[in-house]
Design a protein around this ligand. Sequence first.
Ligand SMILES: C[S@@+](CC[C@H](N)C(=O)[O-])C[C@H]1O[C@@H](n2cnc3c(N)ncnc32)[C@H](O)[C@@H]1O
Length: 228
Amino acid sequence: MTHADDPLADPEATAARIPGLLHVPATARNREPIRQVLAEFLPSEPCSVLEVASGSGEQGLWIARGLPQVTWTPSEATPEGVAAVAAWRALLPALHARFLAPVLLDAAAPPWPGPSVDAVFVSNLTHISPWPTTLGLMKGAAARVKPGGLLLIYGPFNEGGRFTGPGNVAFDADLKRRHPEWGLRDREAVEAAAAAEGFEATGRRMMPADNRVLAFRRRCGGVTAART
Ligand SMILES: C[S@@+](CC[C@H](N)C(=O)[O-])C[C@H]1O[C@@H](n2cnc3c(N)ncnc32)[C@H](O)[C@@H]1O
């Protein structure tokens, strides 16, 4: 596939020529840094990833395409959201064997039906949803991630109860204007919620624009798997 006929090469241009295709500009900036962090944490042998809250789906497609060992299942909370992901997926038929059809999944309503996976990945959900959605994410992931598997969460987080930069102060205020139960979460509160469901913090990475990836590993019968 050349640059000219690759739908992911310039997603804005792709969306401009396909009426109704959902495009989130931030994904074009975030997708490669996130892919690199996932490459670091995920196993190098064949593995499965369930993506919660895939949004448009274009970010997941980019990440999955660049991680050839991964079979990726995207998901969204509503039928309209699932259709939006399916529209992007339809543009990349060569990936269909590894980027599966999107499924309907409400993070706030675990357990989520489906097979066990090696990892659950989610980006930009914890602050753009009420706190019970994050609690649901932990419970749902605990029931789907294999013992020793991963939960990888991307987004902005506070540290020690403080904003990590001025951009996040303004972002949090804007989120709360949009919905009183939205807003940046404390990393420590997210870690405590994960721990309550059997996930141990196994690493975190600083990302552009004051974002983070928080990585958790599901304990195996009380003992965290050796791989870090
Ligand atoms: C800011 S967007 C992030 C989308 C994508 N992950 C990204 O980073 O571009 C938040 C997404 O979360 C989804 N969402 C909100 N509440 C959800 C829930 N309870 N379960 C699953 N997805 C949810 C929304 O439909 C939306 O697509």
